[in-house]
Design a protein around this ligand. Structure first.
Ligand SMILES: [Zn+2]
Length: 93
């Protein structure tokens, strides 16, 4: 149906994801489990796997063959590490 997630060929996804990484973004690989159909995400940012297993059903998915997608997050550069909302108004470019 219409709510199926879109997946792209592995190599195509890698290229698009690499462009995001080059801009300083964190990219998480996403794919659909071939066993139970769950939408899964690789927990490590900027790591891309050709195959991966499912925490729910244990099935291995051949991501290279099946295709995948990604989700990217903009990294906020927070100095110091104490207090999350410090540095408001600074331009980090
Ligand atoms: Zn599964």
């Amino acid at each position: 149906m219409d709510d199926k997630p879109t997946d792209y060929p592995f190599e195509e996804m890698l290229k698009a994801a690499q462009a995001k990484i080059d801009k300083g973004m964190l990219v998480y690989q996403k794919f659909t489990c071939s066993g139970c159909g769950a939408r899964l995400m690789i927990p490590e940012p900027n790591e891309f796997h050709g195959e991966a297993d499912c925490a729910s059903c244990g099935a291995w998915t051949n991501i290279r063959e099946q295709g995948c997608n990604y989700q990217c997050m903009l990294v906020m550069h927070v100095g110091g590490g104490n207090g999350a909302s410090e540095g408001q108004g600074y331009d980090n470019s």
